[in-house]
Design a protein. Sequence first.
Length: 382
Amino acid sequence: MAENLDHIRQLYLQKLAEATTESENAELEAAMADPQIRKMCEELEELYNSPEMLELLKERPTNKRWDELAAQAMQSAERSSRTIRVFRYVAAASIILMAGAVVYTRYVHHPQPEIREMARLQPEFTSDQVTLKVDNGDRIVLSPNTSRLISRVSLHMESDKSLRYEDPTGHADGWNQLEVPPRLDCRLVLSDGTEVWLNSRTSIRFPFTFTGNSREVEVSGEAYFNVTPDTEKPFIVHTPQGEIKVLGTSFNVNTYEEGVVATSLVSGSVRAAGDGGTAILKPGQEAVWRTNKPMEVSRFDQRDKLSWMQGVYYFKAADFQTIAKAIERWYSLELVVDKPELAAYEFDVKLDKNKPVEDFMEILRVTKGLHYRIVGKELHIF
């Protein structure tokens, strides 16, 4: 009964913040047929609209600041001890509501999905902001310095574009999909402490909590992993061409090119497996496997491979097709070569995402004598 009352309190607070769905409104209406619940909701509404609460919300305090403000408000508020407890509940919940609409869904505990169920990563990039698609299908736009509540899981998107979350139940094991659109990047901290840096046009599927005998995620695009060691729960990254299995290590995985996966190991050890074979990598080695071709293992330049994490690409003997893909991801521009004879050009050049694309094109103009113009979403070279 107590758990149900907490649920109704949360729903009614969302209703006061105009953040409920039609089905949740119907649930509230049915629940308020109970006189006890109706009285509770009336008290919530009275306190939500009280002068103390309005003053508290007007300051838009941080999570650390709200408790001090609530205490000050209660010093001048002559209320019963029970009402004070309710006030503090409303205040705490309201601080979360201020950061954005609260989404409430109920998770049903179930075993972590089998590997065969994981080939469903289909990035849509429907927004120009980092977006989280939770397992019930809802999409949440994640802006910097915001917090969200999904059932009992609290999400925090920090100013440095890092997404963290807490699942106090330990049972939120449904699959969620984080999508990073062109021009942006993001850092995700998983429930085990593993850090994942996601490049532009990259998506990752993951559960809020790893409940099985392994920790499994799925990636499309490019991501760098710093995996928290756990010998009893191997970490597995699924890609379109195969999987990477680790116990605790740092590595980069790139699936941008269709039919190609590249895994570059920085530290530790990983096992890369796909249709083209299997390889145990050592630090400094990279495994590349392509559709219907044997896996290739070679050394790689760490500066070049990981420079995207600092917003830089180093191109070596790169053609326009290679450069075009980076420009599309980082600037949302389609590169169009108006003169076919230019397609044979190769470039040794640096692309810096933190600078305007015009700066990059000026380098090509001076070094190669190329001209350009931007028309809408197209970058023309001639």
